[in-house]
Design a protein around this ligand. Structure first.
Ligand code: C2E
Ligand code: CA
Ligand code: CA
Length: 729
């Protein structure tokens, strides 16, 4: 007679007692027909869902009682029974019913004694509790054994599907059994990681001998011994992935989870993880780029700031600020490729000398900084000199031409004292570097907080910062001061204003030019400032009503650097295109005598071109340098402004009177007009007329005020003067 193999799955389904199989996370794996009936749910709708999502109960207390039962099963590995409990659930759309139940929760184990699920059998005893004993449904004890076996069988058939999932899982998984970590199973991803070695049934130490010295065996031993899981992120591991090949570095996220038997003893370790090498190396690459200068490979400014902040210990710590002398010459004459090459060469030399003593960074175009933790100022300065000498030895050749390279270094120290902040130190080193440059380059200067020069330097740097911010926020304010005709002049009906700039600070106070122009000149910002003011003045002029425009003109100050700079002509040309209302004849640029003479050829060329476009020129601060009269003939200058100091002196000295008189006479010969500056008193004004001076400018005539105000105040008197002139004509 053939032995009938019982079909447990069919038996489970046909069994009259409602039963569901849950995994250890209390998610439905399957259920039988009786369960479908009492729960008013289909098996399909349940599988994969968390029991308490489907049946949350009517209140928290109901849910807690059931949860506690499951928790006990999971923690003790023993069946739990709830003899009677109320539990509500929805039977159809919105309809809630409250029932009494007796519930059995029975743990299910794999052949390896690992708990893999719970058999959950809820029995409706509502009627029983209501006294109708005849309708009571109760599992018979003998049947319980049967149903457990049935459930086990269902699990086995589900197992095939689970096994497939396990093998295809993207992360690697393996189960190690016993204290010697014998492979029980492993998925495809794990095989890929370890290079397709034969592993099942072998000890980990035999399969992967290379990981023993890397500490992984110790970690497994500890998990096995203590029952505490281990979690590692992006752990470096060297593996031999191809037979005979050298070790390969991989990065893995890793979890070692102890496997417990029913009596809570560790029987093995569940290993799970991901090979994150690609993501890790990409992240490393990004982090590297974020912290390093692409050209030189040194730290960048951001990273340097971070490292300074992280410096530990009482100090003193030293900081060096380095600037390549005359870098601009190489860059301008030979091009950016040459500049880059020079920077790389200097960076190489600096790193070689700095070695491990500190963090070297490129903090600006041609600026480097070195942070030297736990260095005295003496040690810092000594190293600075070594760096300076090494750079001097650089033999930089470009297109067959040799360029001398030198380095200016500023040094400073700081400690961890609160008042001695790192910004101060950085500022000090930066200021000292600037002073080293000014002192003749190729030298080292130690910046001490007691050093007057350094403080002055720091103040100037502050001014530069202030100016940059003001330009950015458009806080440059235009003032105007009238230039008044004195005595005889050409009878013009145009009123001229000298445009004078102010910076409005954050509190709304105006800072005079002495607070930022010298710093702007020193730190290479004057051209930007001049352009800003020229553009603003043109825009101001252009926005005036036509009748006002016909009656006013602006004198605009230009520094010599701006006038001689390559792009200025194009800049002005573009402005004229954008602002066609601007009449070049009404704009007179003021340039100083010294600026013009220092680069005569360039200035003259620029002035000629601007003059050809209709602009006029005034020679500002004209003073003792009478010799410049010789040059004046070569320059298209229409006005000469006599410096305030000279003007003031005419009341005290006969000689000064004679000088001014002769200036006027010479000017007249050359078709120029003379403006006296700083006319502060009525006596001075009275004295100027007889000397033949054409115009005066000063507090007694007009206090500088907001340009807009000055111009519109003038409009009224322009009109009345215009009327007078018409009547006279
Ligand atoms: P500056 O070109 O010689 O301008 C005349 C300066 O003398 C102005 O000072 C003006 O306010 C002042 N002043 C006018 N009348 C009198 C007076 O009766 N007595 C005395 N003692 N001073 C008088 P401010 O505005 O402080 O300008 C100072 C300097 O700043 C200017 O000297 C000029 O060199 C520079 N500056 C002003 N605005 C600009 C500008 O927009 N661009 C450039 N590049 N430089 C400017
Ligand atoms: Ca001026
Ligand atoms: Ca002046």
């Amino acid at each position: 007679m053939p032995v009938l193999k019982p079909d447990f799955a069919a038996a489970f389904d046909a069994w009259p007692v409602p039963a569901a199989i849950l995994d250890v996370d209390l998610k439905y794996m399957t259920c039988n027909a009786a369960y479908e009936a009492i729960s008013h749910r289909s098996r399909q709708s349940l599988v994969g869902r968390f029991l308490f999502d489907v049946f949350p109960g009517s209140d928290g207390a109901q849910q807690d009682a059931l949860k506690q039962s499951f928790r006990r099963v999971l923690s003790t590995g023993k069946p739990q029974h709830i003899s009677s409990a109320r539990y509500g659930f929805t039977v159809s759309e919105g309809k809630n019913v409250e029932r009494s139940w007796t519930v059995s929760n029975i743990p299910l184990f794999s052949s390896g004694e690992r708990m893999i699920g719970i058999l959950h059998c809820p029995l409706d005893i509502t009627r029983l509790t209501q006294g109708d004993q005849s309708q009571a449904e109760h599992p018979i004890d003998d049947d319980e054994a049967l149903v457990v076996r049935a459930a086990q069988s269902v699990l086995n058939s589900e197992g095939a599907r689970l096994q497939e999932l396990f093998h295809q899982a993207p992360g690697f998984i393996c189960v190690l059994e016993g204290p010697r970590h014998v492979y029980e199973l492993a998925n495809d991803a794990y095989y890929q990681l370890v290079g397709h070695r034969a592993i099942i049934g072998h000890e980990l130490a035999d399969v992967l001998p290379e990981v023993i010295s890397q500490g992984f065996l110790d970690k497994l031993d500890r998990v096995y011994r203590t029952g505490e899981p281990f979690i590692g992120r992006a752990m470096p591991i060297q593996l031999q992935r191809v037979v005979g090949a050298p070790l390969e570095m991989r990065y893995i996220d890793l979890i070692y989870q102890p496997v417990l038997n029913a009596s809570r003893q560790v029987t093995g370790i569940f290993v799970q993880g991901n090979d994150v090498t690609e993501a890790y190396t990409l992240a490393q690459e990004v982090a590297y780029q974020a912290a390093h200068d692409a050209l030189t490979g040194l730290f960048n400014r951001r990273e340097f700031a971070k490292r300074i902040e992280r410096v530990a210990g009482p100090g003193p710590h030293a900081l060096l600020y380095m600037d390549i002398d005359h870098f601009k010459i190489v860059n301008d004459r030979c091009g950016h490729a040459a500049g880059d090459s020079l920077l790389k060469e200097v960076a190489t030399v600096l790193s070689a000398i700095a070695g491990e003593s500190g963090d070297l960074a490129r903090v600006g175009g041609d600026e480097f900084a070195l942070l030297l933790p736990n260095h005295t100022s003496d040690a810092g300065v000594q190293l600075a000199h070594r760096l300076r000498r090494a750079v001097k030895d650089v033999n930089f050749v470009w297109n067959g031409k040799r360029y001398g390279v030198t380095l200016s270094v500023g040094a400073a120290t700081f400690t961890d004292a609160v008042w001695d902040t790192l910004e101060n130190a950085l500022g000090l080193a930066d200021a000292a570097c600037f002073l080293a440059k000014e002192a003749g380059r190729d030298r080292v200067k130690l910046g001490l907080p007691s050093d007057e020069d350094v403080w002055r330097q720091l103040a100037e740097m502050d001014n530069v910062t202030r100016l940059k911010e003001a330009l950015r926020d458009d806080r440059v304010v235009l003032y105007g001061q009238k230039i008044e005709p004195i005595g005889t002049n050409d009878g013009t009906d145009v009123t001229y204003f000298e445009v004078l700039c102010r910076l409005r600070d954050i509190e709304g106070k105006n800072i005079p030019p002495s607070g930022f122009i010298p710093a702007a000149e020193r730190f290479g910002m004057i051209e930007a400032l001049d352009r800003h003011i020229v553009a603003k003045s043109f825009a101001h002029f252009s926005a005036l009503p036509a009748e006002v425009r016909a009656r006013v003109g602006y004198f605009i100050n230009l520094s010599g650097i701006t006038l001689g700079s390559a792009g200025f002509l194009a800049f002005v040309g573009k402005l004229l295109e954008e602002l066609p209302n601007v009449d070049a004849k009404r704009i007179c640029f003021e340039v100083t005598e010294t600026a013009t003479i220092s680069d005569m050829r360039r200035s003259a060329a620029a002035m000629q071109e601007l003059s050809a476009r209709g602009f006029r020129f005034a020679l500002d601060d004209f003073g003792s340098g009478m010799a410049t009269f010789a040059y004046l003939q070569q320059l298209p200058v229409q006005f000469v402004k006599i410096d305030g100091d000279f003007v003031r002196a005419i009341l005290d000295s006969e000689a000064s009177c004679i000088i001014v008189e002769s200036v006027v006479r010479l000017a007249n010969c050359m078709g120029m007009q003379v403006i006296a500056e700083a006319v502060e008193t009525p006596e001075l004004l009275a004295a100027l007329g007889p000397l033949g001076v054409h115009f005066g400018q000063g507090y007694v005539l007009h206090m500088p005020e907001d340009l807009e105000k000055a111009v519109y105040q003038e409009v009224g008197s322009i009109r009345s003067r215009h009327d007078v002139r018409c009547r006279r004509d």
